[in-house]
Design a protein around this ligand. Structure first.
Ligand code: ADP
Length: 539
């Protein structure tokens, strides 16, 4: 067979050629704008020529600090398209970590959304590799800034060449993108994506048994474009010619609900906390969500209760998937097999709340001290994954050795596998609760709690215990109108029949908000610290 390199630029070239009329709907600071793929293609080519003129060289990194919108989409293709490396920076990291990753990646150029300029101004004297700041704004004038030299994105485009060609002389194994993932301790770890990995991952998103992305979709990635490339959707959706809806800066659940209804979104993707917020908004009853064929949920376990609520109350199909920054991210998807149609509704929901089966193209195994675990849904071990869109190192980082061994990625996630080969994540190694030598899954308790009608959010963490080593404590945010005093006992009574006695939380603590990570997951490290304070004060 021919050995034709798989390159990122070719994805947009296809959209330009075959879907010039299809559109990208982009919400920016000044409202909603619409562009055809013909226009996006031309703008991307202009951008490519402009950043070459600014001096960006093959293999060098260009950072982006931006929300989900058309300009960010253009950088997705212009930077790899000229054989440089797209480094999407998580703007919600601490300033210290942002400084670290810009320096570690040695970014030469930074693309910055106008509202994030003040953030960059504060760190500008600590990022010496950056030679140009390109500001993304709808305004004709650049905002006042101390950043030097600062360029207007639109001005650069105006001066660029609309026919600039995507580079073809690219080895498909060359770097196309990078994204840093937060570590439990220490600095973030850099994951690098090759052209080949991105293209193969895009194929995977198009399979009928995974997310089935296609031309007929109106796809809205809510997951940020600075978090694992918005799960690869901008690449795949462009390639397939789908309509894309990019929800822009600082959106609220209301904005998302309106975009779904007004643009006829068919598939949207994000972490469970986003869907909890959307669910609350949909309950106002003001929105038509009948266009949705899938709400794709990953990043943390999808609570059974959310799946049930979306599907029964709003007739919106829910799709649970698992992945990591290191896995591009699509790794497993929870779908029923055709012969499982006769399961009861409860059993179906149980199965679909698991993380699912490894997608075609990847391999997985779950191991513990005795070797590979039995596929019995009970034996627990660490999940290992390998395949052509799985990273094989952390960028210039000696933590590589621990996570990548014998050709496998050690995920740090503890899982079981059932007879069908479906994995269920029990916990992250670091979040498992070790009580009296046995393991308690915080995830199982959280999912059960979030199935209760009074619970908005629940997070269960370990607190140190003199006798049992660790014990679970549940932190709960109640929905409006429920009373803390009465709910404490009611929630305990609700959990009792579902779990062994020693699994039940020692305490339930009510909070106004659960601290979250930069990508909207429950921040258990912070929660554990808060609880330590809480118990110290009580004793
Ligand atoms: P981090 O959360 O460490 O910043 P990632 O976004 O790469 O980085 O998160 C990957 C981790 O998120 C996985 O290792 C796993 O623990 C968790 N995760 C992802 N998807 C799911 C899911 N569907 N269910 C449970 N946990 C998930």
């Amino acid at each position: 067979m021919m050995n034709v390199p798989l390159t990122v630029g070719s994805l947009l070239e296809r959209a330009e050629k075959y879907f010039p009329k299809k559109t990208v709907v982009s919400r920016t600071h000044s409202g909603i704008q619409r562009f055809t793929y013909k226009e996006i293609g031309e703008r991307t080519r202009r951008l490519m020529s402009a950043i070459k003129k600014l001096g960006l060289q093959t293999g060098e990194r260009a950072g982006t600090m931006a929300w989900n919108h058309h300009r960010h989409l253009e950088t997705y293709f212009a930077i790899p398209g000229m054989h440089a490396v797209l480094h999407t920076i998580n703007i919600r990291l601490s300033p210290e970590h942002i400084v670290y990753i810009i320096n570690h990646a040695e970014d030469q150029v930074l693309f910055i959304d106008e509202d994030l300029v003040p953030l960059v101004e504060k760190i500008a004297d600590q990022i010496p590799t950056v030679k140009a700041f390109i500001i993304m704004t709808d305004q004709a004038e650049l905002p006042k800034t101390t950043l030097q030299p600062a360029y207007s994105y639109e001005q650069l485009l105006a001066e660029g060449n609309p026919q600039e060609a995507f580079m073809t002389d690219i080895d498909e194994n060359d770097l196309a993108g990078m994204c840093y993932t937060s570590a439990t301790t220490g600095n973030p770890k850099g994951v690098i994506y090759s052209h080949r990995g991105i293209v193969l991952h895009s194929y995977a998103l198009g399979l009928a048994d995974t997310t089935a992305l296609s031309e007929s979709d109106v796809a809205m990635p809510v997951v940020p474009m600075f978090h694992v490339n918005a799960w690869g959707m901008p690449f795949a959706n462009t390639w397939f010619g789908s309509t894309q809806v990019l929800p822009g800066p600082r959106f609220t659940p209301k904005v998302l609900a309106e975009l779904i209804a007004e643009e006829g979104v068919t598939i949207t993707a994000g972490v469970p906390t986003i869907w909890l917020g959307l669910l609350k908004e949909l309950e106002t009853g003001n929105y038509n969500t009948s266009s949705l064929r899938a709400v794709l949920c990953g990043g943390s376990a999808a609570p059974r209760g959310i799946i049930h609520a979306f599907e029964t109350k709003f007739k919106v199909p829910f799709l649970h998937a698992f992945g990591m920054t290191e896995t591009s991210p699509l790794a497993t998807v929870a779908r029923l097999k055709s012969y499982q149609s006769d399961l009861s509704e409860e059993e179906k929901l149980d199965q679909r709340a698991k993380q699912g089966m490894i997608v075609p193209g990847l391999e997985m195994k779950v191991i513990n001290d005795q070797g590979e675990v039995n596929w019995d849904g009970a034996d627990m071990g660490e999940l290992l994954i390998r395949g052509p869109w799985i990273a094989d190192e952390y960028y210039r980082d000696d933590r590589t050795e621990q996570a990548f061994q014998d050709g496998w990625l050690y995920t740090g996630d503890v899982a079981t596998v059932d007879e069908e080969g479906v994995i269920k994540l029990v916990d992250r190694t670091k979040d498992l609760i070790k009580s009296g030598g046995e393991w308690i899954s915080s995830v199982d308790l959280e999912n059960a709690l979030m199935g209760h009608e009074a619970v908005f959010e629940a997070s269960v963490v370990a607190v140190p215990h003199p006798e049992w080593q660790e014990r679970p404590v549940a932190c709960i945010v109640l929905k409006d109108g429920f009373d803390e005093e009465t709910m404490k006992q009611e929630l305990m009574d609700y959990l009792s029949p579902q779990f062994a006695k020693w699994w039940l939380p020692d305490d339930i603590i009510f909070m106004k908000e659960i601290p979250k990570t930069s990508v909207g997951k429950f921040l258990k490290r912070e929660l554990r610290a808060q609880l330590e304070d809480y118990f110290m004060k009580q004793n």
